[in-house]
Ligand binder design. Structure first.
Ligand code: NAD
Length: 488
């Protein structure tokens, strides 16, 4: 079992107190991590604040070169990262190998090159003046990440924030700190200077997060997690007027029109619900199918959901594994029970898997419901588990109305071969990301973020450099030979 310390100011710090991180698939302890307290939090923020002027003064090229070296460092430990991410999250190895690790590498490579595109402008103003803007970093960014895609979600904060000259203190989720600490090792070896990046671990969800988001030297807060915690983070940051970006929960719609490419829509609907056992912010749990196609699509979806290969996340043939934690299992169970009590019909799954070897994890069968009313709790709240709901609709207007009938607005899928219809619907959907004839594509080049209760601010793409990690300075220079006396 590996022991990890905190990473502060380029050094590995032991606090004398440790906690165990466990593999959700079998309950075995996989690592021991140091417990950070207020002293370590202050030390990390101070280190990041000290490192900021020198880091911000470096050229884009120098910082880009170091971020490229980080990408190389992850590549060199590719399988080790995938294994660690699988063991700490409980997600399938085939997912972490094929998705999470390459996605994190791509993010570092992209932001290593794109940062100089944060151009300023010259602004024509009356009189003999030169007026121009500069994009400048904030200083210390306090970053907080959830447990479901721990490496990639950290990467999409670290790479852009550092590329434009900020420094960072990262607090990963208590149950998935290992990949963040491995990343700190990689960043250290790549030559990222001391203090530029710091990682604090802690078994309680809120202690370090609260201190970090309230810390007056933290000039920008970047949060990914649940909407409930997002509210608290925003309140904390308000105490010292730190700008916040919030990537929060979702209840995304997946609209299948009768003319959709059936096989592709079906394959993506399964992916949108059962990848990561449904523990995705973008999970498209509300599947609306146009009436003429409804029964055929429903039957095929149920058959495929029942065929998913459930097993040990480390087995490369496993398609569906354990949920991440007991609370998640109980929450999933609660919502399915409530749905059935409220009149929904169970088509597949709907139960814990308790027979060996599943008894050691938090396994819940891939679940499909129908006859779900939009007012039922299962249709309104984010479950963050493998619960798909199938509902018929008639025509474009009803599709849009049903899709938007949610407090969330993270993502949506639209399936039709009529491009005009696809774009009309895409434009009317209240969500920050709409996928047409595909789902869950999150390239580093394109902005990503939510509407409504799903948050605000856009991660990834040039947008995040402009909106999240730089602030605008305007400089006005007097070019006139004359001057103006106000007094006397
Ligand atoms: P969570 O909100 O419980 O925790 C997220 C992080 O916040 C953790 O690191 C946790 O320790 C920390 N935290 C808890 N209380 C805090 C406080 N008071 N102050 C500061 N930090 C605090 O979420 P989770 O269960 O880890 O992850 C699941 C949630 O994350 C879901 O709602 C999911 O939709 C969301 N999510 C959103 C995105 C996105 O990009 N929009 C991506 C992944 C996950």
């Amino acid at each position: 079992m590996q022991t990890y310390r905190l990473y502060i100011d380029g050094e590995w710090i032991d606090t004398g107190t440790r906690y165990e991180v466990r593999n959700p698939a079998n309950g075995e302890a996989i690592a021991e991590c140091a417990v950070a307290g207020e002293a370590e939090l202050n030390a990390a923020v101070d280190a990041a604040a000290r490192a900021f002027p020198e880091w911000a003064a470096r050229s884009y090229e120098e910082r880009g070169e170091l971020l490229r070296a980080v990408a190389q460092g992850i590549k060199a430990r590719y399988e080790e990262f995938a294994l660690a991410e699988t063991q700490e999250t409980g997600r399938c190895l085939r997912e972490t190998l094929a998705h999470d690790i390459p996605a994190a590498i791509a993010v570092f490579e992209y932001f290593a090159g794109i940062a100089p595109a944060t151009l300023g402008e010259t602004i024509p103003v009356p009189g003999m003046y030169l007026n121009y803007t500069r994009r400048e970093p904030y200083g210390v960014v306090g970053a907080i990440t959830p447990w479901n895609f721990p490496l990639w979600l950290a990467a999409i904060k670290i790479a852009p924030a550092l590329a434009v000259g900020n420094t960072m203190v990262l607090k990963p989720a208590p149950t998935t700190p290992i990949t963040a600490l491995m990343l700190a090792e990689v960043m250290h070896q790549a030559g990222i200077p001391a203090g530029v990046f710091n990682v604090l671990t802690d078994p309680t969800p809120a202690t370090i997060g609260d201190l970090l988001t309230r810390h007056p030297k933290v000039r920008k807060v970047s949060f990914t997690g649940s909407t409930a915690v997002g509210v608290r983070v925003m309140q904390n940051a308000a105490t010292h007027i730190a700008p916040v970006s919030l990537e929060l929960g979702g209840k995304s719609p997946f609209l299948v029109f009768a003319d959709a490419d059936f096989d592709r829509a079906l394959a993506h609907a399964l992916l949108a619900n059962y990848f990561a056992q449904g523990q995705m912010c973008t999970a498209a749990t509300r599947i609306f199918v146009e009436r003429p196609l409804y029964e055929r699509f429903r039957d095929a979806f149920v058959a495929r959901a029942q065929r998913l290969q459930i097993g040990d996340p480390l087995d490369p043939t496993t398609e569906f594994a354990t949920l991440h934690k007991r609370e998640q299992l109980e929450k999933t169970e609660f919502y399915v029970r409530a749905a059935l009590e409220e009149g929904a019909k169970l088509l597949a799954g709907g139960r814990r898997l308790t027979e060996p070897p599943f008894d050691k994890g938090f396994y819940f069968a891939p679940t499909v419901l129908e006859e779900v009313q939009p007012t039922m709790r299962v249709a309104c709240d984010e479950i963050f588990g493998p619960v798909a709901m199938l509902m018929p609709f008639e025509g474009e207007a009803e599709a849009v109305r049903l899709a938007n009938n949610t407090d969330y607005g993270l993502a949506a899928g639209v399936w039709t071969q009529d491009i005009g219809k696809a774009l009309r619907v895409a434009h009317q959907i209240e969500a920050g990301k709409v996928w047409v004839n595909c789902y869950n594509m999150i390239p580093p080049q394109a902005p990503y973020g939510g509407y409504k209760l799903s948050g605000f601010g856009r991660e990834l793409g040039l947008h995040c450099l402009l909106d999240l990690y730089t602030q605008v300075k305007n400089v006005q220079v007097d070019l006139s030979p004359d001057y103006f006396e106000w007094f006397g």
